[in-house]
Design a protein around this ligand. Sequence first.
Ligand code: 1AE
Length: 404
Amino acid sequence: MGEVIATYEITGKSRSFQEKAEGIALGLTVGSWTDLPLLEKDQLRKYKGTVVAVKEKEGEIPAAEIQIAYPSGNYSNDIPAILTTVFGKLSLDGQVKLRNIHFSNDLKKGYPGPRFGIEGIRELVKVSNRPLVMSIFKGVIGRDKDYLKNQLRAQALGGIDLVKDDEILFDNELTPFEERVRQGKNVLKEVNEVTGKRTLYAVNLSGRTSGLREKARKARELGADALLFNVFSYGLDVLQELREDNEIGLPIMAHPSFAGAAAASPQYGVDYSLWLGKLLRMTGADFSLFPSPYGSVALEKRQVLSISKELTNSDLFKRTFPVPSAGIHPALVPQLIEDFGRDCVINAGGGVHGHPDGASAGGSAFLQAIDAVLKGIPLTDAATRHTDLDKALRLWGGEISARG
Ligand code: 1AE
């Protein structure tokens, strides 16, 4: 089986990087190899990490990009073992950023990738050639089933493709998980009979890890469309378990909550493109949500573009839908399509519910904006013919500023 090659960015004293790289290659594999008797050295040689490259970077703070190859005999082919190998103790160093992990094709074959991928999801929502639109339940903690039903109905009536639970809505007495699935299905069937459009609903799969598999299978049995999952509060291997279970077999939407705890620092932790891009795709997410560069919680533009590239580049796996999110409103649609193309999901909570005429008009304003952009019509022109878009632009239109 092939090896993994990890790429790191390290800061420290200039010209100390080769030594630091050798220390990492040794420390994360055979440990105190150099002090051992000859016989043991020979036996351990094939397990030692190899420094592949050390490139000093230009800049005021001394930094270098280093690459280390880890032999496949050192770990089992699973994410917990590989992350522990390449960034276990090292993650505590505080001056090392894990930029990327290269997996050989042999290793990649041990991972499922998305079950549906972009093409499969497009078949489910019956939308072939435009960005999808998703909205989010808002303000539903402490509300009852009727409140949720009304919110779902309003969102779906606007023609939105997908509605997801808020990630902070957990199992609770007022709106229990199974009940949300049952009533979601009924409401969306009713709306479908009126509009001809079948919106999908992603229910938040939450609770203890030991109960997730059964809960997800039950959701499938009750007719759930998709699962929302707070992957980083549980771990990537839990996502993979859910993805690989054929009795679950539902699209999985990975929420980025808690991802910043490991990825937000520029100096240490894991790169966002690995966390919300490559590893989510390998372990089976059909959708990866991440903050866009334009909204309330923003990532830098180069970061979101590299996440999106990892989700959609040519690979052994199906493609994962990039879902730029957080503070999204219809005036941002031209910029989002310029950044992510047609194969993305435009996701908005406040930008749907905050529309002056309510969530249904909010959803339709997004669809009007998308239609205009794809036809090459400026939003302001389209707004003269579409009241919902016009009202959204009056509220949110204006200068767009990006982070980074
Ligand atoms: C990065 C995830 C965004 C999300 O889950 C969420 O709830 C966004 O809400 P709005 O669109 O910012 O209101």
